[in-house]
Write a new protein. Structure first.
Length: 250
């Protein structure tokens, strides 16, 4: 008489394997007749032997091992390739497709039917590659979801003789920082000027103003004025290129 009880050999193997792997793993057996096998195989993270086998054979039962951090391993029969089982990493489902760009798949392995030796093979072969690929995907996903940092606003201090000149800022807090440390408004030119009559006092004022602006998230750039030709002079023309004789020397 035919025994209607499904074959749970794979399920038993997976349950023991889960207890032998490093970390906290649980095992879920997906028996034949379920409709979720295709969805599970779609998440197998492999571009080598396991993917080739799954493409050629129909999976009628399998097991999924899940670690407490959400990492998953797919366990299937060898599907026509002898004894033992196929173990493959499963891709995270919460990462955007772009996060996988440039990340090498942690291709799966074939293991013996002994869950104890299989646990060693997974621990030393598959898991290191899996964890590395997961870390790369997580990093990529975080980079994709992090908004670009706003460009730092700058105040430009330009030398004008011995004085430092700043174009009048639009922000009142920047204006306050400048005036608190000695910059005076030149209303006619719409700029703030820090006198250079006392160079030591001027340097201390620049340092103090720079520190205050940094607290406001504003950078300070010290710039020399653009060079100009002296009045009444003409720029020197570049030398003419040498004329080459049409005759060659011997």
């Amino acid at each position: 008489m035919h025994d209607p009880t499904p074959d749970t050999t794979l399920g038993s193997f997976a349950a023991v394997l889960a207890g032998e792997l490093p970390g906290a793993w649980t095992s879920t057996y997906h028996r034949g007749g379920n409709n979720d096998h295709d969805a599970l195989t779609d998440h197998v993270w492999d571009m080598n032997d396991v993917a080739d086998t799954l493409a050629k054979h129909t999976v009628d039962h399998c097991a999924v091992l899940t670690r407490d951090d959400g990492s998953r391993l797919f366990v299937a029969d060898p599907l026509g390739h002898g004894e033992g089982y196929l173990i493959a990493a499963m891709a995270p489902t919460d990462a955007p497709a772009e996060a996988f760009r440039g990340v090498r798949e942690p291709d799966g392995i074939a293991v013996d039917a002994d869950p104890f030796s299989a646990a060693e093979d997974i621990h030393y072969d598959l898991l290191p590659r899996y964890d590395k690929a997961l870390a790369q995907v997580r990093t990529n996903a975080a980079r994709l979801t992090t908004p670009p940092a706003a460009e730092l606003e700058h105040v430009v201090l330009t030398w004008s003789g011995d004085a430092l000149v700043v174009d009048k800022p639009d922000r009142d807090d920047i204006v306050q920082a400048l005036t608190d440390y000695g910059f005076a408004l030149d209303a006619e030119n719409d700029v703030f000027v820090l006198s250079g009559d006392d160079s030591a006092h001027q340097a201390a004022s620049v340092r103090a103003a720079g520190h205050r602006l940094s607290e406001l998230g504003v950078g300070v750039v010290l710039r020399n004025p653009p060079a100009r030709p002296a009045l009444g002079t003409t720029a020197v023309a570049p030398p003419s290129p040498p004329v080459t004789s049409p005759h060659r020397g011997r």
